[in-house]
Design a protein around this ligand. Structure first.
Ligand code: ASP
Ligand code: MG
Length: 416
């Protein structure tokens, strides 16, 4: 079996869906599981519906109308007026509207998963129907019946044993299957999700459970590049990446591969390909057991809108274990994701992601114990395989607040 994953950008409109068909026709329409995300920016639009719902459930229905219209337009472009897909999609949206009307749960994360999951349920319904229309036989599978998780909504953890069992039970023949990325279900059969951009991970889970030959992520870029082309000029395509290297790159924030995707693949030595969906024959990037990054070039990853917090003691004491453990307790309490740590005898610095907007409260509490300096709006650059020359050049061009070099990674906190 081969596993293919198509992201939202690759199925954002009728042309994208037509292109998916072309990829399947070029590469063969059997022995495959196709994992698909919600179309285009649907998940973001669904997040708006969730937020509106908590203000006023009736207004949420209005917020949903835009998404309904976008999908309606796409199916009108692909199918004849009386095709059953119109009714199928309408039924799904009606289920969702019923949920908005009758839900009693005040749990934000639970409600979020019940709502946003419709993006994937609907995209796969449309794509499965279109494959059939084009004469490509396929089986639509509900990913919630394949992947079981705990009830940690919005960031659910996979129950590997149950999942393995369910996947092997339902995907056994040489057919073509189509299913949703990102969504799963818990032991009550309530919908859960695997975290934003989690469809890659779904591909990894299915590949692992089926001992698949490979996983291919089809993208709107030629493969994995050594830097984000929206930020850096003169990017190069990475042809071969060892698993460990790819894990490092995605962990530091390279957004082409979801960080959880790689470890299950590595465990079974299943190669991951990242290929351009507009050119299915291109080699793209292969992540595998290869020894060295090819070509061996510096790789740049940037995380913007970070906060640099530097602490020293109020009483001339050194920054020792007790101090540092206090700091970490506060960071964890405020759900701050720490991306870099640096300490010396008298100071301790962390670069954090203020994702949950809890900085003010954190700083107030830190001020009770330490001398605190905060620099907001810094960028954290990670450069893998930097040469001395590239680092020198980089440092000349930027205003560097902090630098750390360890192994093959240099990390620099930069103020614009
Ligand atoms: N549709 C989900 C998201 O946008 C999952 C994914 O695209 O991988 O986060
Ligand atoms: Mg998406």
């Amino acid at each position: 079996m081969e596993i293919y994953k198509f992201g939202g950008a690759s199925v954002k409109d009728a042309a994208g869906i037509q292109n998916l068909i072309d990829v399947i026709q070029t590469t063969g329409s059997t022995k495959k599981v196709i994992v698909v995300s919600a179309m285009g920016k649907t998940t973001n639009a669904m997040e708006v519906v969730v937020n509106t719902y908590f203000e006023n459930p009736e207004t949420a229905k209005k917020a949903l109308q835009k998404t309904i219209n976008i999908h309606h337009k796409i199916i009108s472009n692909l199918f004849a007026k009386n095709h059953v897909v119109f009714k199928k999609v309408q039924d799904k949206f009606e289920h969702l509207i019923n949920f908005l009307t009758y839900n009693k749960s005040p749990n934000y994360d639970f409600v979020y998963d019940q709502i946003v999951s419709y993006g994937e349920l609907i995209s796969t319904t449309i794509i499965s129907a279109y494959l059939t229309l084009k004469g490509i036989e396929n089986t639509w599978l509900d990913a919630r019946k394949l992947i079981k998780t705990d009830s940690n909504y919005r960031d659910a953890q996979v129950d590997w044993e149950m999942t393995q069992h369910l996947i092997k039970d339902q995907i056994s023949s040489d057919n073509l299957y189509i299913t949703q990325g990102f969504i799963a279900s818990d032991s009550n059969n309530d919908t859960t999700t695997l975290g934003r951009e989690g469809s890659d991970y779904t591909g990894g889970i299915i590949a692992y459970c089926l001992n698949a030959q490979n996983l291919t992520i089809w993208k709107d870029v030629p493969g994995v590049l050594n830097a984000d082309p929206r930020v850096f000029k003169n990017t190069v395509l990475l042809e071969k990446i060892p698993y460990e290297e790819a894990i490092e790159l995605s962990f530091y924030g390279a957004s082409v591969i979801h960080p959880k995707t790689l470890q299950p693949l590595q465990r079974k030595e299943i190669p991951l390909f990242v290929k351009p969906f507009l050119d299915p024959k291109a080699a793209g990037t292969a992540v595998s057991n290869t020894l060295e990054l090819t070509p061996l070039v510096p790789c740049y990853i940037v995380k913007k809108e970070q906060v640099l917090i530097s602490l020293s003691s109020l009483d001339f004491s050194f920054m020792m274990e007790e101090h540092i453990s206090d700091v970490f307790k506060l960071l964890a309490m405020h759900k701050m994701k720490v991306d870099l740590i640096q300490n010396s005898a008298i100071s301790f610095s962390v670069c954090v992601d203020n994702k949950f907007k809890r900085l003010t409260s954190l700083v107030d509490q830190l001020k009770g114990k330490f001398k605190v300096s905060v620099t907001e709006n810094v960028s954290l650059y990670t450069i893998r395989h930097a040469t001395i020359k590239t680092l020198d050049q980089f440092e000349k061009e930027k205003n560097i607040l902090l630098k750390q070099v360890a192994g093959h990674s240099a990390q620099l906190v930069v103020k614009l």
